[in-house]
Structures are given as C-alpha cells and as structure tokens.
Design a protein around this ligand. Sequence first.
Ligand code: 5AD
Ligand code: SF4
Length: 440
Amino acid sequence: MSAPKKLFIKTYGCQMNVYDSERMAEALGGEGYVETKSPDDADMILLNTCHIREKAAEKVYSELGRFKGLKAEKPDLKIGVAGCVAQAEGQEIMRRQPLVDLVVGPQSYHRLPEMEAKAREGEKVLDTDFPEEDKFEKLKNRPKAKRGPTAFLTVQEGCDKFCAFCVVPYTRGAEVSRPADRILREAQDLVERGVREITLLGQNVNAYHGAGANGDMTLAQLIWELDKVDGLERIRFTTSHPNDMQDDLIEAHGTCAKLMPYLHLPVQAGSDKILKRMNRAHTAESYLRLIERIRAARPDILISGDFIVGFPEETEADFQATLDLVEEVKYGTAYSFKYSTRPGTPAAERPQVDPAEADDRLQRLQSLLTKQQREVQDSMVGRDVTVLFEKAGRFPGQMVGKSDYLHAVHVADCDRAIGDLARVRILSSGANSLAGALID
Ligand code: 5AD
Ligand code: SF4
C-alpha cells in the first residue's frame, strides 16, 4: 500500500469554518489523505478563508505567496483556496496567483474529492456554485473516528438580513436550514464518538426553520429534540439575530436543562440612527427589552455580543449611545471591531469616519467591555458551577474545562477524565480563566 497523502488545512475566521475544515478533512480522508500540522510535508494545502473583515483577500494572496518555494521543490503539491474569499474572488485567485490549483466555495465542499482528482491530473478546478443539494449529507460516510467532548454542528447557513456592512449574504448565500432528521442523526453519531456538548452553528442560527416530521421546526423545537439524545449533556447555539429571538427559544432557556446559560446576541451599535443605516431592523430599546425578557426566563444567563464602531456617519453622540447600551446590558464577553469597508456592500459607498477617531472609539469601547467581562468573571468566585473537562492542564493532576457559562476553569488535584462533567466550586478568577476545586 502506498503511503497516505498528507493534507494541511489552515482555517481562518468563524466556527463555521472550523466545522467546514473538519468536513473537508474527512471528505479527503476518503481519498487517502491524513492531516498534517505542517505545510512542509503536505501533498495538498488548503486555506479555508474568511472575508468578514479587514483586507482578507490581500492576506490570502500574501499567504499563498509564501508557498512558492514549497511548490518549486515539490511540483506535485496541490494548493487550494476554500471559504468566503474563494467565493468572493473566484477565478481572480487563479489569475493573480497561478500556483493555486483549486478554488472551492463554501457550498461546494462535497465536490472536493472529484476536484482533487482533477487537480491531480493537472487541471485547474473552480467551483463556487450555490447548488440545491445538502453538502453535509453528501459528505457523510466518513470513518467513525473518536472525537473530543465538544463539537460544532452546522444547522443553518447563509443569511437574508443584508446588514449594510456585511458580506455574508453574498459569500454564503441565501439562508438555508438543514432538515431536522439529518441534524439529529449527526448529533447521535457525534455522541457515539464521545461528544458531550454540541454547539449548533448558523450565521443566523435562530432563524432556523428546517423541515421536521410535522412541518418546519423552530430552533427551540430542534433543541428539544436534541434534549432527548442520551449522552448529549450540553447544547449551545450561535450566532443569533435579535429579530429572530422567538418566544419558544426564550422559554427554552428557562426550561431546557441541557441548554446552556449563554447567549451570543450581537447588537452592533446603540444608536437608532446607526442601527437604521446598518439595516438592522431593531432599535436599542427593542434589544434592551429583549434582553430583559431573556433574563426573566434565565436570570443567570451570560450575554455576549458583537459591536462595530466607526460605521459610516457615526458621530460621537452615536458612539456614546453604544456605550450607554453596553452599560445597561452588562456583557459577560464581547467582540468589537472597527468598521472596515467590504466592497459591494451598501455601507461601502457612504462617508467614512476618520480612522483615528474610530481607533479611539474602539479603544474606549473595548476597555468598557473588558471591565465588564472581568466583573462578570469575578462574580463567579464562591459559586458552584458544572465543568465539562476538555484537556489536561499544564501542571500534573490539573484539568481544564468549561463552565456552563463558557468560562475556562482550571481544577487542581483533579481525578476526572476528559469528557467528564463535575461540580466545581470557583475559588479565584485570573486574567482569562477561573480556578476551582472539585466538590465531592
Ligand atoms: N466591518 C467590521 N466588522 C464587521 N462585522 C461584519 N462585517 C463587518 C465589517 N464590514 C462584524 C459584526 C459581525 C461579526 C461576525 O463581524 O460585528 O457580527
Ligand atoms: Fe451579516 Fe449577521 Fe447581518 Fe446576516 S445578520 S448580514 S450574517 S451581520
């Protein structure tokens, strides 16, 4: 038997790309590839790219340029670009960087084995279609490898919201939900392979409306079906849009024990003028009332968010409204970004904010968010939480896991295994994690 071919995948961006990279590795596993951690001994290099912010395409070109020497040494090396930059740039990638053999958009990963075979024969291959079929269904029948205790599971892709700053509706296409039975089968399979916690993924995950046995299902209904899967202990989902936060999902946060008390609910800005220009279709007030309802259902829920500062025509007063909203919500964690122009999106045409001003606002927002994050984390000290252990710690006998609230927790003198759940008393709060002790 010939030695296995080696595949190096570099993943950029969101969790959906992490999930997609795993599926691509499994699909190419069927073609005799094993993964390698270094591009130097690879027979195929795949860059799974992200286009959400900053000069994404330029970064990909410069990364590709670095493989020139490798390709010269090893003419059989195949280089592919996947993900949202592949979708956005398409043919242009091969024109600008001739060492690329293969360009595959996020909706075409199930075609990767055929594409790889063509590339092996020396063809340049490109597929950035939006086919009707379920790519994940086509990617099935992979080896039943053992998995770690946590996994992502894509339930929905694409977005119809068209926020004025965002490329997702263009790169990932229209919103599509996977049928519930396929998701449940995949969840069952993951649990059989050792997974205890599943994070349901979607660009607009709470808009989920996949086909079920009795018509379309909501995300909450899907969660209740997953709740019945024996051995699955924790359910999370991300990312949600405030306007799709339906009553049954809010209620599930209060009643479904497997649904974790953590919600990533981006607001982006606190000024109604800016929210309108962002085409967000909610106001600061409606978002705040929504948070109130969610907290009424689950008082200890940890709220996470995304923010953009320096959106076109944002004034100091608009920015102040964002700070006011943050003060009112009190975020347990958050991601904040300086607005960056995405060609082809409506906001790209509008008058831009002075970059130095935007930098200054980002810094002010981040220092407030960091302070809140720290306060929320510190408030865990003295409390008992459940921890799912994910790996051994740096010190002998130490284990590291995540609390229900997604805080990293270090436990010394811990006789539990990876994948175990245990009650832990939190003793101290460090820079980015908590420390605690097992409660017998
Ligand atoms: N500029 C800055 N941030 C952006 N995001 C999306 N598009 C842009 C952009 N053009 C942020 C949003 C989104 C997160 C995933 O990335 O906050 O919620
Ligand atoms: Fe982009 Fe999210 Fe807005 Fe959709 S809802 S356009 S993915 S920011």
